[in-house]
Ligand binder design. Structure first.
Ligand code: ATP
Length: 368
């Protein structure tokens, strides 16, 4: 078990009931989070949800109206930005165009009172860390976007902060480079062992990189968990639809028990079985969330097709994605069900009658 699951060690960073308003508008609304040493923690949410404001309060560029923030028990709010044991890597990297790569990185050590030999040694090690040793005498405009990003990272890490704050670190890179850089960032983070806190609006990026994610909406943290937990067990409609794609089958809970529960779902054409015990939601109107890849698809006459929940429908739309196929299947009640199928060379045609099905364990109930 990871420390954040076990909760046996004290968190490194503790954000308690933090509120920040701008002219009466609440940008960050009573946020509390515990972040553990060595985590790659993401603040994820859409535009305006308050994630950047929260990061800026950690860095000391904004001051909360209420609440407390501590790092290793140290009251951050009593410290000036430059006194805090954190460093920030900015979205636009903020490199100095007239300085070489080595000078840009060494700039991170100003005010540290180190001798030139020590500075040189540290810069050399940093260049190795980000694999830019042969680029030390170049200027930023002689580098690719990915290389500039690594210089900014080296400069932010050279002071050996205990926490590094990253504001959309990959947003300036194109899609292909972004994927490669995700892995690089994770590797560097593991090597240095520094806690990373990253702001991003990109769900895939947060899922791929993070030990844990805090999903934010309208200034609040709406769910915190490991990527898998957030994807498999979204606790609200907002989280379910914000992260990945999902089908929502709605209706009242009609029975429940330790062996599973049933939800009457007219859109599906009858009761839907789920593995969860929905005793706590008895007689509530709920949505059963089912991810498209958990729904299987078969020919209408496939009598061997088996699943706990089966419906018949007609293929309406098809998207060919190379490694997978995305179908939209219309049920008699009008519901369009998204089905993602691995591309195994079996295809279904538009207007073809089909059967779709999913097992009770594939559905997760979300209270309305
Ligand atoms: P984005 O990804 O678009 O940057 P965000 O989730 O990072 O979004 P924030 O930048 O934290 O959002 O802003 C949250 C809200 O607070 C927004 O509505 C924004 O307009 C407002 N806000 C942020 N900074 C200020 C400020 N200095 N003065 C007034 N309002 C602000």
């Amino acid at each position: 078990l990871q420390p954040w699951a076990e909760k046996k060690v004290a968190p490194q960073l503790r954000i308690s009931n933090v509120v920040k308003t701008f002219d009466g508008f609440t940008a960050v609304d009573d946020v509390s989070l515990d972040i553990y040493r060595g985590e790659f923690f993401s603040l994820l949410g859409g535009s305006g949800c308050g994630k950047t404001t929260l990061l800026r309060m950690l860095a000391g560029f904004e001051f909360p109206d209420r609440g407390a923030i501590t790092v290793d028990g140290l009251d951050l709010l009593k410290l000036q930005p430059y006194e805090r044991p954190l460093n920030m890597m900015f979205q636009n990297y903020a490199l100095f165009p007239h300085m070489t790569v080595a000078k840009n990185i060494a700039f991170g050590l100003r005010n540290e009172g180190l001798g030139p030999d020590e500075v040189e040694k540290r810069v050399k090690k940093s260049l190795e860390l980000v694999q830019l040793s042969t680029f030390s005498e170049r200027k930023p405009n002689q580098l690719s976007g990915g290389q500039r990003q690594r210089v900014a990272l080296a400069r932010a890490l050279i002071k050996r902060p205990s926490v590094l704050l990253l504001d959309e670190p990959l947003s300036a890179l194109d899609k292909k480079l972004r994927e490669a850089t995700q892995f690089e960032l994770i590797n560097i983070q593991k090597q240095v062992g520094v806690t990373f806190i990253m702001v991003t609006h990109d769900q895939d990026e947060a899922m791929a990189m993070s030990t844990r994610i805090a999903v934010m909406d309208k200034g609040r943290v709406v769910q915190v968990g490991e990527p898998r937990e957030i994807y498999e067990y979204p606790r609200s409609r907002f989280v379910a639809t914000f992260i990945g794609s999902i089908n929502l089958l709605e209706g009242p809970v009609i029975d429940f028990g330790a062996d599973g529960s049933r939800v009457e779902c007219a859109q599906w054409g009858g009761p839907v079985q789920v593995a969860q015990d929905l005793a706590a939601l008895a007689s509530h109107h709920v949505a059963i969330g089912v991810r498209p890849e958990k729904i299987r698809l078969a020919r209408a006459d496939d009598s061997a097709f088996a699943a706990d929940n089966i419906a018949e429908g007609v293929v309406k739309e098809i998207a060919y994605l190379g490694d997978s196929m995305l179908y939209r299947v219309q049920l008699p009640g009008g519901l369009l069900v998204k089905v993602a199928a691995q591309n195994l060379g079996v295809w279904f045609a538009a207007d073809e009658p089909v059967r779709i099905g999913f097992d009770a364990s594939a559905g997760v109930a979300i209270d309305k």
